[in-house]
Design a binder for this molecule. Structure first.
Ligand code: PLP
Length: 402
């Protein structure tokens, strides 16, 4: 893929070696077009949205709302009003937990998540369950890191009000069969939230076809600025939600006696948003669309399979997460070496991988490990980088054995 030229950051050396960035599941790098868009906003039309009659404000508002339409089309939502701009996946889940959860959960109700969830799809539900006396239920996974569908099915009942599940595990790389899970949940009248933080940068998303009730993702994993995120709300769900935060923009009229709210999505976007960030998100999506998500997916699958095959030849490596349907994320351990030590050694060779629990501590407890080393690939990575990484891994293993 001829995309390296678009990412200035990848041209640098780290510790005297060309940077190899394999921490894409944590955050992705930004193409020049996104950086230029931020520069253009701040240089030419920095202004607040939805408030001014003046030229700059109107231009900023137009571009900001265009971003909403681009997001709508990108995930194939039916209406642009179904797109709520947030700070990220975490913010989106907290919004649903508070705006929908507080209204619709009570004693005897259940929220079903899975054993592979990121903390941001666990803790908000624990907090809401505490407030509403609802129960948090966890669907189990098998040793390969796949959700056990039969067990999931058994856990969905008339008590289940919401299933909140990740599309792709950030630690294991498992791609969950979300269409099937949504069908099972809906048969039982449960609503479904899909955490798309790890899927949106790699897979075509069609929320209408998926038929989820909520879908969340972060801009920064999709080559857009940090502090941007999207919450898709199926239109019917809006009537079950109350505003989560009060302030400017989310109101129609305010008097000391009574306030009337704006209509969605603005009702859920109190305060000045990350205007430049969302304009950058529009540019990032257009960039991804130009390459094509199908091309991205197959290129990254090849990278993953190449790396996985090469790593499999190293006897000291143990993989954590070997699901049959997997994204370009490889979590692993090397003998008894602590992942931090391995990460530090690889850093000396200019290779950035992730080490630790990846905000999935309950999953680490399940595997009885403190954490993993994780390499996650993106379309701007290459087989050549993986070859260097494999050599570096072998070198580290030798050093650790010495
Ligand atoms: N969910 C998953 C699966 C993730 O991988 C992440 C981030 O790594 C999050 C949620 C949280 O995303 P953010 O920190 O951008 O809100």
């Amino acid at each position: 893929m001829n995309v390296r030229k678009d990412f200035t950051i990848l041209k640098q050396s780290v510790k005297g070696q060309p940077l190899i960035y394999f921490d894409n599941a944590a955050t992705s790098q930004k193409p020049q077009c996104v950086i230029d868009e931020l520069n253009s906003y701040y240089s030419h039309y920095n202004s607040n949205v939805h408030r001014g009659v003046h030229y700059l404000s109107q231009l900023a508002t137009e571009k900001y709302e265009q971003a909403r339409v681009v997001v709508q089309q990108f995930i194939n939502a039916q209406y642009d009003r179904e797109i709520v701009f947030t700070k990220g996946t975490t913010d989106g889940i907290n919004l649903v937990a508070n705006a929908w959860g507080l209204e619709n959960l009570g004693e005897g109700d259940e929220v079903l998540i899975s054993a592979m969830e990121h903390h941001s799809n666990i803790v908000p539900w624990q907090m809401i369950c505490q407030k509403t006396a609802a129960k948090l239920v966890v669907a189990p996974i098998d040793e390969t890191g796949e959700l056990i569908i039969a067990e999931f099915e058994k856990l969905v009942s008339s008590k289940t009000k919401l299933v909140s599940i990740t599309h792709i595990s950030n630690t294991l790389g498992t791609i969950n069969p979300v269409d099937k899970l949504i069908e099972i949940a809906h048969k039982n009248n449960a609503k479904v939230l899909i955490d798309g933080a790890q899927s949106v940068p790699h897979l075509n998303i069609d929320v209408q076809q998926m038929n989820c009730d909520f879908f969340v993702f972060s801009g920064h994993k999709l080559f857009a600025p940090t502090g941007t995120g999207v919450l898709y709300v199926k239109e019917d769900r809006y009537k079950e939600m109350s505003p989560y935060q009060g302030g400017g923009d989310m109101i129609k009229d305010v008097a000391f006696e009574k306030t009337t709210y704006n209509s969605p999505p603005h009702k859920f976007e109190a305060g000045t948003p990350n205007i430049a960030g969302f304009i950058g998100l529009k540019s990032a999506i257009e960039y991804v669309q130009k390459i094509g998500l199908n091309n991205i997916y197959s290129y990254e699958q090849n990278l993953h399979n190449f790396a996985f095959d090469e790593m499999s030849k190293i006897s000291e490596i143990r993989f954590i997460g070997t699901a049959s349907n997997k994204a370009s994320v490889i979590s692993f351990l090397v003998g008894k070496t602590h992942p931090f030590d391995l990460g530090t050694l690889l850093d000396q060779l200019g290779i950035a991988i992730r080490t630790g629990h990846h905000c999935t501590q309950p999953l680490m407890d399940l595997y009885k490990i403190p954490g993993t080393a994780r390499a996650s690939f993106c379309f701007y990575n290459s087989e050549k980088e993986i070859e260097f990484f494999i050599k570096a891994l072998k070198r580290c293993i030798k050093m650790l054995a010495a």
